[in-house]
Design a protein. Structure first.
Length: 719
């Protein structure tokens, strides 16, 4: 069980395999006693510092001396050189008297006349030579373009003359300065298209429309930092398929003001043309110019825009920086935005792209409009296939706002809330559920709403108040829809598993007994019904009774005849079930399948749980780097959604790594938070992790105590 090896490079190192190989070769040569140097150079955000960090991480057998230029200290002589000697000032004691005095003088450790820079350079060279006799030395200099001139001269001198010692110099600079120009160079360029897309995918767990991806890649110009920064602060609905807000990048005040000044210099028609481009997420020049024609904007409006250097007209129309798009859209008046969206709607082909067409018309409408609302509802399913649940939720939510009929409005709000829940937008889901609650709803729809409210509560809190809500909803559903009732009992059972020993009204056994009674009148055939049957038997009758039925359920989930919606809804609980019966191969296969499925449809409510289970798969296989990568992915997904934090993965990885400070910090925080919310399973996980940590660190009595406390929980099916 392994991940793509490229994933083990950090985000800013995507597509940097060649550069990493060059750095590996430099370190290997230095280990053999050959001094070497490389100067990495490239634009800001291109990944130079990350490459330096990669080299440092790869040089665990080296003595590492590190410094960085600082723009504010460029006038302070030898400011950067001082950083080299902070870790080991005793190294100066190995120098001949004049050299030691020269170095101590420039470092401010003794008074004296400023020495000859050549003498200081020789002193540095000799210090490095002496240190390298013990083990190889790696000298790392970041932001070399901002080194004070004295430090730059001395360090550059040492880099050029350390020829026979095991010393490596590694510089990173935005531009080559005279002091380092003669050293071997490695230009760090922009990412290629495939690597840029792969990097973007690591920070966008939700789906994006291909045309929106194309535009993001074009406007970030292959710069890794720009790619990673672009989605920060944006919700899935704002990103998915371009069907949320067209732009929503939050600008720092000074940056926004800078762009406002530049925009203010443009003619009115040029600003309107820019607004068309900002409101269209595809960058299709044909659509943009058709919309311009609708508004009576001629081609001359583009001249001032191009001259100002804000936009590029070509095969695709792109801004020179994504923040320009945000400034253009956010500084426009609501009336101007509506006019532009209406023009874009008219310009969009109803046969080729009906969904984007109706979305523009929806943005151009401020009062209820039955025709647009109906079209939005019809578009939601198609939008989901392109942008996932977030796109469908955005369409349905806007449809609710444009619907005046109370009954249609309530039903649409219910469906929108369901999509928002799947997308992890829990605040929006709860707000839409409140609209649906005002009704009117029929008996089945009301029962569906009851179950939905419980599901939202679980996703938001995972506390011990959730299982009673879902148990009550399941009981009511038995009178309306038997299949939905069984599914809601399964939801309630899952909530009770998470409540664990902290459950109050509806613990695992109470829910299991109620579910067994409901199952008594049916013959389980569906995969989710077999899953419910197996879990209830496991709880009420023991492993021997439950395991056989759970294995049958797993085979159903593995088969291809199960619908995608049902697979998405229940597969993650099936993943937990195969863990309960210690079927490692099934656990690996099902979690991998669910991870891909959840990403394909943008199911951010499920993805954090799935990734956390994949962490367990990796840990038991000894794949620590893969587990750590997945922990980062859990963080990205929870940041992009309203899901409750899920620290289990992070604390178990820290425990398996033996990182005692980090593990204990996470274990203590998780325990405190889980007691407050009533999530008993998280406390059991924390105890299990503590037992692993303490056992590995040799604290055997503490490990045994934690393990005993963990297994004393009768509601614990796994840890």
């Amino acid at each position: 069980m392994t991940l793509d090896p490229r994933r083990q490079l950090s985000g800013l190192l995507y597509g940097r395999e060649n550069e990493c190989q060059v750095l590996d070769a430099l370190l290997a040569a230095t280990r053999e006693g050959d001094a070497s140097a490389i100067c990495l150079h490239g634009e800001p955000g291109i990944g130079k510092t990350e490459l330096l960090n990669y080299a440092v991480d790869s040089a665990s057998d080296f003595r590492v001396l590190r410094t960085a230029g600082t723009e504010a200290e460029m006038e302070l002589a030898y400011a950067s050189l001082q950083e080299f000697f902070r870790p080991d000032p005793s190294a100066l004691g190995r120098l001949p008297g004049p050299q030691r005095k020269a170095l101590e003088t420039v470092l401010g450790r003794q008074a004296g006349v400023a020495p000859d820079p050549m003498l200081v350079g020789l002193a540095l060279l000799n210090v490095l030579s002496a240190l390298s006799a013990e083990r190889p030395v790696l000298c790392v200099v970041d932001d070399a373009q901002w080194l004070d001139s004295s430090s730059a001269q001395v360090i550059g001198f040492a880099a050029r003359h350390a020829s026979k010692d095991a010393v490596a110099f590694l510089f990173a600079a935005r531009r080559l300065t005279d002091e380092i120009r003669g050293l071997p160079q490695l230009a760090v360029g922009v990412l290629g298209d495939l690597d840029a897309r792969a990097l973007l995918a690591t920070v966008l767990p939700d789906r994006l429309d291909d045309r929106v991806v194309d535009r993001v890649i074009a406007e970030t110009h292959g710069n890794p930092l720009a790619i990673l920064e672009l989605p920060k602060g944006l919700s899935p609905a704002q990103l998915a398929g371009g069907f949320g807000l067209p732009v929503a990048v939050t600008l720092a005040d000074q940056i926004e003001e800078s762009y406002r000044r530049r925009l203010a210099r443009l003619p009115v028609e040029s600003r309107r043309l820019l607004l068309i481009v900002a409101a269209d997420p595809t960058g299709n020049p044909e659509i943009i110019w058709r919309a311009a024609d609708e508004l009576g904007i001629d081609e001359e409006a583009a001249d001032a825009v191009e001259k100002e250097g804000l936009i590029e007209f070509g095969e695709r129309v792109v801004f020179h920086h994504p923040l320009v798009r945000s400034a253009v859209y956010n500084t426009a008046s609501p009336k101007d935005r509506r006019e532009v969206h209406r023009a874009l709607g008219q310009a969009t082909d109803p046969n080729f792209d009906p969904d984007r067409r109706v979305w523009h018309f929806a943005q151009a409408t401020i009062r209820p409009n039955k025709g647009v609302a109906d079209e939005l509802e019809a578009s939601a399913e198609r939008a989901q296939s392109r942008g996932g649940f977030a796109a469908a939720g955005a369409f349905l939510e806007r449809s609710v706002g444009l619907t005046s009929d109370p009954e249609r409005r309530a039903v649409r709000a219910l469906r929108a809330a369901e999509a928002k829940l799947q997308a992890g937008a829990l605040d929006s889901a709860a707000a839409l559920a409140a609209v649906a609650e005002r009704g009117p709803l029929n008996a089945l729809e009301q029962a569906q709403l009851d179950a939905l409210m419980g599901q939202i509560a679980f996703a938001r809190n995972r506390g011990n108040e959730v299982s009673p809500l879902l148990l009550k909803a399941a009981s009511r559903l038995e009178q309306v829809d038997a299949d939905l009732a069984l599914e809601t009992y399964l939801d309630a059972l899952n909530a009770a598993i998470f409540s664990g020993s902290l459950a109050t009204e509806a613990d695992l056994h109470v829910v299991a007994m109620a579910a067994r009674a409901a199952l008594g009148s049916v013959h389980p055939v569906r995969a989710q019904d077999l899953l419910l049957d197996g879990l209830t038997l496991l709880i009420t009758d023991g492993y021997k009774s439950g395991t056989a039925v759970l294995k049958k359920a797993v085979r159903k989930f593995m088969s291809d005849d199960m619908g995608g919606e049902d697979r998405l809804r229940w597969l993650w609980l099936a993943c937990g079930a195969v863990g309960f019966i210690w079927d490692y191969e099934g656990w690996d296969a099902l979690t991998a399948q669910l991870e891909q499925l959840a990403k394909d449809v943008g199911a951010l409510s499920i993805l954090p749980m799935t990734l956390s289970m994949r962490v367990g798969v990796c840990l038991l296989a000894g794949e620590m780097a893969d587990a750590a990568f997945l922990v980062d992915q859990v963080q990205i997904v929870t940041d992009a959604s309203d899901n409750t934090r899920l620290p289990n993965a992070a604390l178990t990885v820290a425990a398996f790594r033996g990182d005692e400070p980090e593990a204990r910090k996470l274990i203590d925080a998780t325990t405190k938070d889980s007691w407050a919310r009533g999530e008993g399973m998280a406390i059991t996980v924390a105890l299990w992790a503590k037992a692993v940590l303490c056992n590995g660190r040799g604290h055997y009595e503490e490990a045994l105590e934690a393990a005993r406390e963990a297994v004393s929980d009768r509601d614990n099916l796994w840890f």
